[in-house]
Design a binder for this molecule. Structure first.
Ligand SMILES: *Cc1c(COP(=O)(O)O)cnc(C)c1O
Length: 327
């Protein structure tokens, strides 16, 4: 089947800059506002889902199965967009809490609002997520469902094509005089959680001459894990599109993850608060807050930076208690 793509996001998203933010971070930061890519389904996952859900529709899926953390932005975007396209969702969401947290906040609330089925699993079970999802899919197919399984974060070769297209979109913006003009950025900086964005950004920014290097700031796992994961996704993407050049220089940083995935230290929370109060830019504590914090902490900062705001607002709204002591 030929590769097809749905139009789900509002594109192009703006390239945004703020003097007070530049001063606070200590370099020139152009923010690609992918947090504005849509309504409640906004964020980076929608670009991947334009490809993945097109594939699901071609295969006449009735049910989507995917996975993530309990407050997964990817699961939320899948559930909302799938619903609009007439597909139901089954979400395997990871949590250590027993009994599992209630679904009255943030992403989990939106999942429930559109009627997605949530099954919570332990971190131990999550390590077998691929098998768990494919076995569940096989069982459901026996009952007459047509199931489409989307990997964690929508991160495979097909999903990553969404970020190659995003780099083309930025090239067009630069050529039309936005973002400070046609010259390449010194680096693209973004949060890395499952690797698909990093794969698409590094392939797309060399293909479309957007930046010399990609700085992927890990929010979980480590450099070794992401090096392997991103390389695997890059290989899959190049298999789908043989016109792609190699990736640009990809650097993975794993020193700004904070205490754990989804957990911030006080300095990281303070950073989010400062950025909001200085510039009005709202970051989330799980991804974008840690990534921009990483840029601010770099010893040698790239001079003209493209920071991808990948979304995550519902995650912020599920952690309002964390900010209590700071405000
Ligand atoms: C998923 C996500 C990321 C990470 O993207 P990956 O492609 O999974 O690495 C970054 N920011 C936000 C807000 C996300 O939801």
């Amino acid at each position: 089947m030929p590769i097809t793509k749905l139009k789900l996001a509002n594109l192009p998203t703006p390239l945004w800059r703020n003097d007070a933010l530049d001063e606070y971070i200590g370099t020139q930061v152009w923010v690609k506002r992918d947090d504005m890519s849509a309504g409640a389904e906004a964020g980076n996952k929608i670009r991947k889902l334009e490809y993945l859900l097109a594939d699901a529709l071609q295969k006449k899926a009735t049910l989507l199965i995917t996975c993530g953390g309990f407050q997964s932005n990817h699961a939320r975007a899948t559930a909302i967009l799938g619903r609009g396209l007439g597909m139901r969702s089954l979400l395997f969401l990871r949590t250590t809490q027993r009994p599992p947290p209630t679904t009255d906040r943030g992403n989990a609330f939106l999942d429930s609002l559109v009627g997605a089925e949530i099954r919570t699993i332990t971190p131990q079970e999550y390590t077998n997520r691929t098998t768990l999802m494919s076995e569940t899919a096989a069982n459901m197919e026996r009952t007459g469902e047509r199931v489409y399984v989307i990997p964690e974060g929508g991160s495979n070769g097909l999903g990553s094509l969404g970020y190659i297209d995003a780099m083309k979109e930025i090239r067009e913006q630069l050529d039309s005089g936005e973002g400070g003009g046609p010259a390449r950025f010194d680096a693209v900086v973004h949060a890395c959680g499952s690797g698909g964005t990093a794969a698409g950004v590094s392939l797309g920014s060399s293909r479309w001459e957007v930046a010399d290097s990609t700085c992927a700031i890990a929010v979980c796992d480590d450099k070794v894990y992401f090096r392997q994961t991103v390389e695997r996704i890059i290989a899959q993407a190049r298999n789908l599109d043989d016109s792609l050049y190699g990736p640009n220089k990809l650097e993975i940083f794993d020193k700004w993850k904070g205490p754990a995935y989804g957990v911030s230290n006080r300095e990281q929370l303070h950073f989010i608060l400062d950025v909001a109060r200085l510039s009005g830019l709202i970051l989330d504590p799980v991804y974008t807050g840690k990534a921009l914090y990483g840029l601010a902490k770099m010893s040698k900062k790239p001079k003209r930076v493209l920071f991808i705001h990948t979304g995550g607002l519902p995650g912020l709204l599920s952690q309002t208690d964390e900010f209590g002591a700071l405000m």
